[in-house]
Write a protein that binds this ligand. Sequence first.
Ligand code: NAD
Length: 315
Amino acid sequence: MRTTILVTGGAGFLGSHLCDRLLSEGNEVICTDNLFTGSKDNIRHLLNNELFEFIRHDVTFPLYLEVDQIYNLACPASPVHYQYDPVQTTKTSVHGAINMLGLVKRTGARIFQASTSEVYGDPEVHPQPESYWGRVNPIGIRSCYDEGKRCAETLFFDYHRQHEIEIKVARIFNTYGPRMNPEDGRVVSNFIVQALKNEPITIYGDGSQTRSFCYVDDLIEGFVRLMNSDPEITGPVNLGNPGEFTMLELANLVIEITGSKSQITYMDLPQDDPRQRQPDISYAKSALGWEPSIQLKDGLTQTVEYFDNLLKEGV
Ligand SMILES: NC(=O)c1ccc[n+]([C@@H]2O[C@H](COP(=O)([O-])OP(=O)(O)OC[C@H]3O[C@@H](n4cnc5c(N)ncnc54)[C@H](O)[C@@H]3O)[C@@H](O)[C@H]2O)c1
């Protein structure tokens, strides 16, 4: 018997890589997406695969399917997109979680939630372990995403306690790689596109704020390990790369890899932008035997190649 796996948000950046991985292991994959930030281009190579099925569906509406596992990824992930319609963003996290958890209650499937490091807000603890409860502004312009994801976590744990369903909650830290949306304003794609076009590279603030960057293949390995871990491992589990880089270091690395003539320019920091973000992945290491192995320079080189092709195709 094949395992049938639902991936919500499967036409997005992470979702499409996850679909690739699950299909490569012989699973049947149902990908649902409302194509808000995702694209059929990300899954076009899968459309003729008989083990793959795409359904255009908004996760805020119920869905009735028979599945063994669900990866719930549907949610715009970048500030430009999640702030475009903040009410819909909260609905996507909260109603989406309720709908998928309801499906699990009926089918007995196991469910994975793509939560986020944003649940830690602008943290006073560094690096962030899972036991840290976070420092989140509930009424700011990022709150639709941060609080939506926090509420989704609450729902996952309440369904788990109340209905004894099997949950797997991953807190994902900044991830990058091919198929990121070039328009989404995230720092890696921004810098790469600006560098490839020889346009000024814009750093918000003085460039000393740090981020950690995980390459997509490392992250997807973490997803699959968590999903297939023992039932008592519910998470939350931090998944990300603890290697910490300042924005200035990232910009210089991108300039080096692309051989760009871009100059660096500085702009004001956006509201609620966290100064530092770095995962403590001790728990992922001990519970899943997982840690990232792809160096930033190698991952960036792959990503630059993808964006270079995209720009050459005129996308
Ligand atoms: N990439 C990261 O660094 C990162 C970090 C933390 C958390 N995450 C989480 O991982 C998940 C995937 O992120 P991504 O980077 O692939 O972003 P993405 O925007 O590429 O993918 C999200 C997908 O969800 C779809 N979607 C949005 N709203 C929907 C709705 N109401 N119904 C159905 N589909 C909907 C989009 O069309 C898109 O295909 C998200 O839940 C995000 O919050 C990502």
